[in-house]
Design a binder for this molecule. Structure first.
Ligand code: FE2
Length: 130
């Protein structure tokens, strides 16, 4: 991870974890499918590969369709291990978004995401994950 860097889920996870006392793995797992979904169109082939690595038979699917299956496969895994799929479960509120975004922006992980994430992107992701 140190060599390859991480992505947008991590950029948002740290401020959310601090502010709402959400365990790091839980908030990363919660955010990951939302960030994948948002990033899908920027790296469909890589997400298609993730789907195959997670055991999805992607035969006959376009890269976008296969990538979408990666998102769903991650949702199945996080659901199975009991990770909530909504930030509101932890008391996250819309009015906290500006502060969370501001604290996320310095993260190098946002630059390493398949789509380089800026404030407007983070707002959309947080709204979808709320
Ligand atoms: Fe981490």
């Amino acid at each position: 991870m140190t060599n390859t860097r991480l992505g947008g889920a991590h950029g948002l996870a740290h401020p959310l974890g601090y502010r709402y006392h959400i365990p790091h793995g839980v908030v990363c797992g919660l955010l990951l499918p939302y960030v994948m979904e948002y990033s899908l169109e920027y790296a469909p082939d890589k997400y298609a590969q993730v789907a195959r690595l997670l055991g999805v038979d992607t035969e006959g699917m376009s890269a976008n369709e296969a990538g979408r299956q990666a998102v769903e496969a991650v949702r199945r895994v996080t659901g199975r291990i009991g990770i909530p799929n909504r930030l509101r479960v932890f008391g996250v509120k819309t009015q906290d978004f500006p502060a969370l975004i501001e604290k996320s922006l310095p993260s190098g992980n946002l630059k390493n995401n398949p789509k380089r994430l800026v404030a407007d992107d983070l707002l959309v992701i947080l709204q979808r994950a709320l």
